[in-house]
Design a protein around this ligand. Structure first.
Ligand code: ATP
Ligand code: MG
Length: 334
């Protein structure tokens, strides 16, 4: 049976890349088999966070996922820290992974480079084993993520296979489901179109926040970096030589359900392309923002959904953890 799991960090700067690369597919596929989606608050601790803000943003992210269309009747939505098995299995996987393979993770290199590796938290280094635990606990067959998570998914598969070979068949080896190129897999920063749009970017001018008002969306897209050959036929989908234009085409195509190269044929000048992209994004976000405002007024309901989600998730996680602990040779407590 298909079992889907994916997660998102509770960071205020949730952006169009998260939506087009991951969350909208969660919503589309939530009724295929069984699906689990979690707000990964423990992952958010890998960089400095204000406690009150983290708490508030965890609920806000859950609210946003519901606003985007996750249906608690169809899927299991929960908060990672509410299910204690995630950190427990993570330890077993830390004892399965090697320093060398974690050191090769580009996300660690990129994120640690910001404050210097010496100051980086150990959790930032071991992040991929916690992510592997998130996935393996639910014996997920499919993990819908953006292109940036491909390497972590490969590691998860390697750890699952290694563990199974050494100790017996405990884990399901999951597959990453990444959107095809140009279909939202990797939305780029509007100001620096060779970097992915990211929650932890230094400036928010290159990212479209899911809460951005229409005027802000319009302004950010109007100022998006393109290139200087704005003549007739300058609108072409060529990510290598025209990354800024390709990114706008990818956004417009993903928002309207088309193919970026085909969409390109409908526009001649950058101004027209930008106006159409802004309008498509504004229309895409409008219903999500409206629903968010409704749900936000009722935090008790959101908390109740999250409690019910954790109650459904925990027995599944506990069963896998128990098998893993037994297989690795830990003496049962009772
Ligand atoms: P951070 O930079 O702090 O890691 P993030 O923007 O990568 O934040 P995450 O919570 O780590 O956000 O990722 C949530 C999901 O969004 C993941 O599936 C990830 O692959 C996807 N995603 C993140 N950025 C992009 C992007 N620019 N384009 C497409 N998908 C993305
Ligand atoms: Mg990320």
């Amino acid at each position: 049976m298909t079992r889907i799991l994916s997660g998102i960090q509770p960071t205020g700067g949730v952006h169009l890349g998260n939506y087009l690369g991951a969350v909208r597919y969660w919503v589309e596929d939530q009724r295929i088999g069984e699906s689990f989606y979690c707000v990964v608050d423990l992952h958010a601790l890998t960089i400095p966070r204000d406690p009150a803000e983290l708490r508030q943003e965890t609920r806000a992210m859950a609210t946003l996922l519901l606003a985007a269309g996750l249906d608690p009747e169809a899927c299991t939505l929960f908060v990672q820290s509410h299910v204690p098995q995630h950190t427990q299995l993570s330890w077993l996987l830390e004892c399965t992974a090697s320093m060398g393979e974690l050191r090769r993770m580009t996300q660690f290199k990129d994120k640690a480079a910001k404050g210097g590796e010496e100051a980086a938290r150990v959790g930032l280094f071991t992040y991929p084993t916690l992510m592997a635990a998130d996935i393996l606990l639910y014996r997920a067959t499919h993990v819908p993520v953006g292109e940036d998570q491909r390497q972590h998914l490969e590691l998860t598969r390697d750890l699952a296979e290694r563990f199974n070979t050494r100790y017996g068949p405990v884990f399901t080896v999951p597959e990453a489901t990444i959107p095809p190129p140009g279909r939202g897999a990797r939305i780029m920063d509007l100001q620096e179109p060779t970097r992915k749009m990211s929650k932890s970017a230094e400036s928010d001018q290159g990212m479209i926040g899911l809460f951005d008002e229409p005027k802000v969306v319009e302004r950010k897209i109007k100022r998006a970096v393109t290139d200087t050959d704005d003549g007739p036929d300058a609108v072409r989908f060529d990510p290598d030589t025209k990354p800024g234009v390709a990114n706008l085409l990818q956004i417009l195509a993903a928002a309207t359900g088309g193919d970026p190269a085909e969409v390109a044929t409908g526009y001649r000048r950058y101004g027209e392309l930008k106006a159409a992209t802004a309008e498509a994004v504004i229309e895409l976000l409008r219903p999500v923002q409206a629903r968010y405002r409704e749900l936000e007024a009722d935090p008790a309901t959101v908390d109740k959904i999250l409690r019910a989600g954790a109650e459904r998730a925990e027995p599944v996680a506990a069963a896998t953890l128990a098998r893993a602990m037994d297989a690795i040779g830990l003496l049962p407590a009772r």
